[in-house]
Design a binder for this molecule. Structure first.
Ligand code: ZN
Length: 465
C-alpha cells in the first residue's frame, strides 16, 4: 500500500508538468509546446495515413509521389508556404527473389532447402531461371581476401557477419548496425573483384523472425541479396561440413531515374524570415514494410512541430522550415538537390534537426554543435527533463544523413536520440509497420522536436557556429 501510494504520487508529479512551481521556473512557451505535444494525436494520424493509406514509399514510386502531395497539402492546411523542390531519384524495381540449397551435406535424396532472401538495391539481375553456384561463407573482408581469387571465382559469396545484439541491447544499436552494414554496402564490390557470381549478406539487424533486411548496396555488376540471419547461420553450418550449392533468382533491377521532390514548407510571419531552422524526416522508405519507423515517424513529428506552433499561435523570431526529404535510402539525391539549391543560404540556416532513428522514447539529442553552444540549450533540457528527454550528446558526425551537408557547413545539427534497442529488429524489413509505433512515445518525440526547434528559432541570438 505504501509502495503503491508513493509510486502513484511520484508518477502524478512527473506527469503534471504545468504545476505552479514549474511554470514559474521554465520558459512558458516551451512548456506549452511540450504539453500540447503530449496531448495531441496529430503526428500519429499523419503517420497512420502515410503508412496505411499510402503505404510503402520507395523513391520514384506512385506511393512516394502520393506522399509528397499529401505532406504538401497538409502543410498548406497549416498555413505554411510550401514548395516542391525537384530532385532526380534512382528507381529500383523489386521482382522475383528466391533461393534454395540444391546440394548440401546430409541432403535427403531429391530434396532442396528453401532459403529466405531479399534483393538489395544495387542488385544486377540474375536470368529469370536463376543462377546456381557453390556458396563460399566468410566472416569478414579479410577472410575473403585470404581465400584468394581461385577459391572465390565463379561462386556465390555469403558474408556471414553477425549483428551484435548485445551491443544493441546495451544501447549501442547504431554502433552494432555500423559494424555490420558495411558488408551490405561494400560486400558485393569486394566479392565481384574476386570473380564471384553473386554476393549475399547476412541480414543486418536483430530480427529473429527469419525476416531479411533490404537496403542499399554499391552496384557491383553481380546479383546482391540479403538472406535472413537464421538462413545465413544454416548455410554457414552446412558449408563447414561440406559443399553447399545454391540456386539463386534475383531479378530486381534499376530503372531510369525519374523526377521526385523534397517537400519544403515554411512557417510564415517570423521577424527574420530568411533565418531558417529545419525540422525534418525522410518521406521515402523501403518497400518491404510500410516505412513507419523509417521514417514516416520523423516526417510526422516534423509536421507536428509546425502544427503545434500554429495551434498555440506562437511567432518565433526565425522561420521554422519543415522538410520531408526524398531518397534518403537509395542515394541521397534529395538532400544533394537541397544543398545545390540552397548552399548560398546555409549561413542563414541557424540549425537543422532530423529524426531518423524510429519513434521509441527519446532520451534527448545527438548534436553536432560547438561545445560553447551547449549551455544555451539548458531551457530545452529543463523543459524536457520530466520526460527523460534531456540528454545532449555532442558528436563530430552528422546526426542525420539528410542534414549532413548542412552539418559539415557548420550549421548546428541535431538528431533525436531515440531508444534504438529494438529499432534494427524491424528496420528495412517487412515488419517496419505502424503497429511498431507506440502513440505515447511518438508524442514524446513530437515534444522533443517542437521544443528544440522553437527554442532554436526564438533564442535571442542563433547558436554559435
Ligand atoms: Zn531512415
Amino acid at each position: 500500500m505504501m509502495v503503491g501510494a508513493f509510486f502513484f504520487s511520484a508518477l502524478a508529479f512527473a506527469q503534471t508538468p504545468t504545476s505552479a512551481v514549474e511554470a514559474s521556473a521554465l520558459p512558458a512557451d516551451l512548456v506549452r509546446l511540450r504539453d500540447a505535444a503530449l496531448a495531441d494525436d496529430y503526428a500519429y494520424r499523419q503517420l497512420a495515413h502515410l503508412t496505411e493509406n499510402i503505404g510503402a514509399r520507395p523513391e520514384g514510386s506512385p506511393q512516394a509521389q502520393a506522399g509528397v502531395e499529401y505532406v504538401a497539402d497538409e502543410l498548406r492546411k497549416l498555413g505554411l508556404k510550401v514548395r516542391l523542390e525537384e530532385c532526380r531519384v534512382p528507381q529500383w524495381l523489386r521482382a522475383i527473389e528466391s533461393a534454395e540449397l540444391v546440394q548440401f551435406p546430409g541432403q535427403p535424396p531429391g530434396s532442396v532447402q528453401k532459403i529466405i532472401v531479399t534483393a538489395l538495391a544495387g542488385n544486377s539481375p540474375t536470368p529469370p531461371e536463376g543462377i546456381t553456384g557453390e556458396v563460399v561463407v566468410v566472416n569478414d573482408f579479410d577472410e575473403l581476401k585470404k581465400l584468394g581469387r581461385e577459391k572465390v571465382a565463379g561462386k556465390i559469396v555469403l558474408f556471414n557477419v553477425v549483428f551484435d545484439k548485445q551491443k544493441a541491447a546495451a544501447g549501442l544499436a547504431g554502433e552494432a548496425y555500423g559494424e555490420a552494414v558495411v558488408y551490405r554496402g561494400q560486400g558485393g564490390t569486394a566479392a565481384a573483384e574476386m570473380g564471384a557470381v553473386a554476393s549475399l549478406v547476412r541480414s543486418v539487424g536483430g530480427s529473429d523472425y527469419r525476416l531479411p533486411h533490404t537496403g542499399w548496396s554499391t552496384p557491383a555488376g553481380i546479383p546482391q541479396g540479403a538472406v535472413s540471419s537464421e538462413d545465413a547461420g544454416l548455410i554457414a553450418h552446412l558449408a563447414a561440413e561440406g559443399t553447399v550449392r545454391m540456386r539463386l533468382t534475383l531479378t530486381s533491377q534499376n530503372a531510369p531515374q525519374v523526377t521526385s521532390y523534397n517537400v519544403v514548407g515554411d512557417l510564415q510571419g517570423s521577424q527574420n524570415p530568411e533565418q531558417v531552422v529545419i525540422v525534418s524526416g525522410h518521406l521515402d522508405s523501403w518497400d518491404l514494410g510500410t516505412g513507419a519507423l523509417d521514417d514516416a515517424a520523423g516526417v510526422a513529428v516534423a509536421m507536428q512541430t509546425a502544427h503545434l506552433v500554429q495551434q498555440l499561435h506562437l511567432h518565433p523570431r526565425r522561420t521554422i522550415r519543415v522538410v520531408a526529404w526524398m531518397d534518403e535510402e537509395d542515394g541521397g539525391t534529395g538532400h544533394e538537390a537541397y544543398t545545390k539549391a540552397h548552399h548560398a543560404e546555409f549561413s542563414n540556416h541557424v540549425a537543422a534537426i532530423e529524426s531518423d532513428l524510429g519513434a521509441a522514447h527519446p532520451f534527448g539529442f545527438e548534436a553536432r554543435i560547438k561545445p560553447e553552444a551547449l549551455p544555451l540549450l539548458k531551457p530545452v533540457q529543463d523543459v524536457l527533463s520530466n520526460l527523460g528527454t534531456n540528454l545532449i550528446h555532442l558528436t563530430s558526425r552528422s546526426p542525420g544523413a539528410d542534414i549532413q551537408a548542412l552539418a559539415e557547413a557548420g550549421v548546428p545539427a541535431f538528431g533525436i536520440m531515440q531508444d534504438a534497442r529494438t529499432y534494427f529488429n524491424y528496420h528495412h524489413s517487412a515488419a517496419d509497420t505502424l503497429d511498431k509505433v507506440d502513440p505515447r512515445q511518438l508524442q514524446e518525440n513530437a515534444a522533443a522536436m517542437a521544443v528544440l526547434a522553437y527554442e532554436l528559432a526564438e533564442m535571442p541570438q542563433p547558436l554559435p557556429r
